[in-house]
Design a protein around this ligand. Sequence first.
Ligand code: FAD
Ligand code: HEM
Length: 395
Amino acid sequence: MLSEKSRPVIEATLPVIAERINFITPEFYKRMFAARPDLMDGMFSRSSQLEGTQPRALAGSIAVFASWLVENPNSYPDEVLSRVAHKHASLGLKEEEYPTVYKYLFEAIAADLGDACTAEVAEAWTEVYWLMADALIKLEKGLYAQQANDVMQSEFKLVKRVESGEGVIDVTFEPADDTPMTDAVAGQYISIIAKAKDGLRQPRQFTLLPSEKNQRRVAIKLDPEGEMTEILHGLKEGDTVEISNPYGDVTLGAFGDDESAPLYLFSAGIGVTPMLAFVSELAEKGSEREVVAVHGDRSNDSWPLKDDYKAAVEKLKNGKLITFLGEEGQGDFFGRVDVAKIDVPSNASVYLCGPLPFMQDVRSALVEAGVPGKQIQYEIFGPDQWMLHDQARAS
Ligand code: FAD
Ligand code: HEM
């Protein structure tokens, strides 16, 4: 709970911190990685740093958290915290590291604000930092306690590799040692850690696909500008990588999902991965839920996991697939996903996954059509800057 003493200070300094945070965070990371280069080995993504998405996400989350506390001093923005805690846990983040971030973040704040960073200001923001950190630490400990093992990552061996859609591989791993595996829930992801070209261990997250219990299966889309998907595409059967336990809170029944409401799944491109997991889980359970799977892609050839997805939707008792494809005559509709062409009831529970502009368009159209924003969940294949800028989850 934010103290009465700090609340007016946070309120008064939020605009200046919000304005300066994009200058403060690069400085913070520069200082932290100079002192702790080991944090780049197996934990932080070098590309997210270079691209600037992760610094913006972290900085934005602190500002969102502070504004939340000013408005609601007695509660926390649970969805923001949950997403971050799951991501942290997939990277094996430990409680001991929180003072590290605190030290370098607050050094950077002091350096940037100069005289404006009075003792009172520093104290109030310190309180916000530790409220957030303590909430995250508690969630992360809870997540670790649910695992079938007490390790952060273990070795897995590639046992199957097939091409699926343009530039996408569908790969299956099995444990290379006897570490027990945690059962995953549909929609969850794992962090896969492999060595970059210079030997630095780099993690990336991938959504789990339906597989045998003793396997981890994912589809990996090659990012021609990226660092690790090229390496992962180069893996051969028998090669090993490190894999985390499964994490992620974008699952059926979570947050705004009323399991008795019709389920609408909107995906584009590789965003089909969580949808395939959902549909397969529902089909396996013999669910009678009404499910409408809407997928957009450039063409039938580019659509990853097309056959698996079609087969999974067909297995549903009340499932329907609607496609929007960029080649005339191939899908139910030609062109980009257009919500106006589908009748989405206002009580629908909706999940989105795909490129950010796709999710923003679909979400806006759905809200316009009368679906409340809180019934719309989404998975972002990168640091989440959307929740922070669009306040997507709040409305
Ligand atoms: P990165 O190296 O991470 O690069 C990403 C982007 O950063 C590049 O496109 C480029 O624009 C930029 N960049 C890279 N290097 C630089 C540089 N030097 N300077 C400036 N910019 C740079 N992907 C899947 O394929 N399938 C999935 O099922 C899947 N599920 C995911 C689930 C979650 C929860 C999350 C968070 C992500 C998921 N992803 C998934 C995305 C995946 O984790 C990777 O982000 C993606 O595959 C790109 O990895 P990469 O290493 O090739 O690219
Ligand atoms: C990711 C916030 C502490 C390491 C993130 C993200 C946020 C965030 C918002 C992006 C999540 C997403 O949408 O994907 C915070 C806050 C902290 C904190 C508010 C303190 C109160 C830490 C600490 C460490 C850490 C102590 C480790 C030293 C990471 C890493 C990622 C991450 C490695 C993934 C980034 C990447 O892909 O490179 N954090 N974090 N965080 N955080 Fe934290």
